[in-house]
Design a protein around this ligand. Structure first.
Ligand code: GLN
Length: 321
């Protein structure tokens, strides 16, 4: 017998999470990217999109936030769509690093491999793999179109954020050239770095990200537009990447305490996926020491506990339709 979760339960969990977490203090905005350092730290929102396309939103869910590392998920999906699961494993890898998102040490430890598309090294490598090779305009178009399909509406570049990141991304530049030396950049390194920086600077809302997460929960079909985007067999691959490294050096602690495969970004957003049920995004700018939003973590943890959900549990749970 499977337990059914009604839309009202989802609604009440999201609203309660918002009320109970809104006064949580702690953390600080990403200080190494000037634009993000100046974003209002009191912004807070939660959006949930069920796999039958209902959206529940509370707080600042239409604020255009910097997607940052959450963009690593859509671009990993694009590489999976264009080249397949085996190519991603061989060319980038699917390993947890247990280290910060910009770790050069992680590349050396993994025998000169970028490890996973969900840390900076693997994400730059993923941008280098996006087809068509050697054509920056068409590659950018593919990245944006893929993201638009996943979210059901288009992201918009935040020019000031892009400038802010482009003039300060020296570590990422070192990573790109180191990977080039190890044969792990499959296009021009500067072009790949620029695509990565630009995709991190895309402005999206929590609501758009919840729809993107729900597309993963819904076996590759966007639940709002109804458009089929990728093979259902890819969803578990994406979730395994998110589960193993979505919170960088805190990934194990997060998974242990919530049972929710999720991915963070230094813009303050976190997306989470409960297969078959919903995708969710919580957003608040102040971050912990690993670059994961403090308040968004608390909100997602609250929702999972409130609904008694855990992807590692053997309890069968389905949406009441
Ligand atoms: N653009 C940021 C960087 O490369 C993204 C990091 C993140 O969100 N964890 O440093």
């Amino acid at each position: 017998m499977s337990r059914k979760v009604a839309l009202q339960e989802l609604e009440s969990a999201v609203h309660q999470a918002f009320e109970s977490c809104r006064h949580i203090e702690g953390g600080q905005n990403a200080h190494y990217i000037p634009y993000l350092a100046n974003v209002d730290p009191s912004l807070f929102g939660i959006s949930l999109c069920s796999t039958d396309g209902h959206i529940i939103s509370v707080g600042n869910t239409d604020y255009r936030l910097g997607i940052e590392s959450v963009s690593k998920v859509p671009t990993a999906i694009l590489v999976l769509r264009q080249l397949g699961a085996e190519a991603l494993l061989q060319k980038i890898g699917a390993d947890a690093t247990g280290l910060p998102f910009n770790s050069i040490f992680a590349i050396l430890l993994e025998n000169h491999r970028p490890s996973t598309p969900l840390v900076n090294a693997g994400a730059i490598s993923a941008c280098s793999l996006v087809q068509p090779t050697g054509n920056p305009e068409k590659k950018w178009q593919a990245i944006v179109e893929n993201m638009t399909d996943l979210m059901g509406s288009a992201p918009k570049l935040i020019d000031e954020l892009y400038r802010s990141e482009s003039t300060t991304n020296f570590e990422n530049r070192s990573i790109a050239w180191l990977l080039k030396d190890y044969g792990r950049i499959y296009d021009d390194p500067e072009l790949s770095l620029d695509l990565y920086t630009r995709q991190c600077s895309l402005g999206v809302t929590a609501e758009q990200l919840a729809v993107c997460a729900s597309t993963i929960a819904n076996d590759g079909t966007n639940p709002v537009t109804g458009k089929p985007l990728f093979d259902a067999a890819l969803s578990p691959k994406i979730l395994s990447l998110m589960a193993s490294v979505g919170f960088y050096q805190h990934s194990g602690d997060w998974l242990y305490s919530t049972g929710l495969p999720a991915k963070t970004g230094v813009g303050g957003a976190i997306i989470g996926v409960v297969p078959g049920l919903f995708g969710i995004c919580a957003f608040a700018p102040p971050l912990d020491d690993a670059g994961n939003s403090v308040k968004a973590q608390a909100a997602l943890r609250f929702v999972m506990e409130q609904l008694d959900l855990n992807v590692f549990s053997n309890a069968a749970v389905e949406l009441e339709r």
